[in-house]
Design a protein around this ligand. Sequence first.
Ligand SMILES: Nc1ncnc2c1ncn2[C@@H]1O[C@H](COP(=O)(O)OP(=O)(O)OP(=O)(O)O)[C@@H](O)[C@H]1O
Ligand SMILES: [Mg+2]
Length: 174
Amino acid sequence: MIALTGTPGCGKSSVAEELKKRGYNVISVKEFAEMHSCARVEGKEVVVDIEKLSKFKFDGIIEGHLSHLLKPEIAIVLRCNPILIKKRLMERGWNYNKVMENVEAELIDVILVEALQNCERVYEIDTTELSVEEVANIVEEILRGKNENFEPGKVDWISKLEDRIEEVTRYGGV
Ligand SMILES: Nc1ncnc2c1ncn2[C@@H]1O[C@H](COP(=O)(O)OP(=O)(O)OP(=O)(O)O)[C@@H](O)[C@H]1O
Ligand SMILES: [Mg+2]
């Protein structure tokens, strides 16, 4: 079981779709949860019972921002520059607070840290400058064992965005 995880908007579903086309057995957390009666609808949201779902196994790639919590053998965390995450989520029409919660989560590595707390083998891919196909190529490389360039700890948005963060802190607005 391989988890393809990351902050909303980082490209998990797009990459999962590409991997499916290449012949991998791929499922979303939502589909997996529905299959095992671990999903319930609350208003507009689908709530997944992760604890119950983590008792089930899947032989393939499971994608979604909670997939790393399902006790996978490997978690691949897709990373994406928080500024691009913001653009993509605003384009979806999400409200500003919800967008910024996710921008902040990406900035401070929330999913990566959770993955490290829950899985023994974790890799991360900075997808910011890559096409969906290029990200899928890297996922395939990692699965073939060529993973030395994708050990966690290489992505550091705070250093990268230092000037931008200082500007925002000083003058307000994003
Ligand atoms: N590598 C990429 N290059 C350019 N655009 C991308 C790339 N990956 C994804 N996108 C675009 O970004 C948007 C978000 O992608 P996607 O829906 O795959 O993200 P997600 O991680 O599955 O989000 P969620 O967690 O909300 O399901 C889509 O419009 C998609 O077309
Ligand atoms: Mg998705």
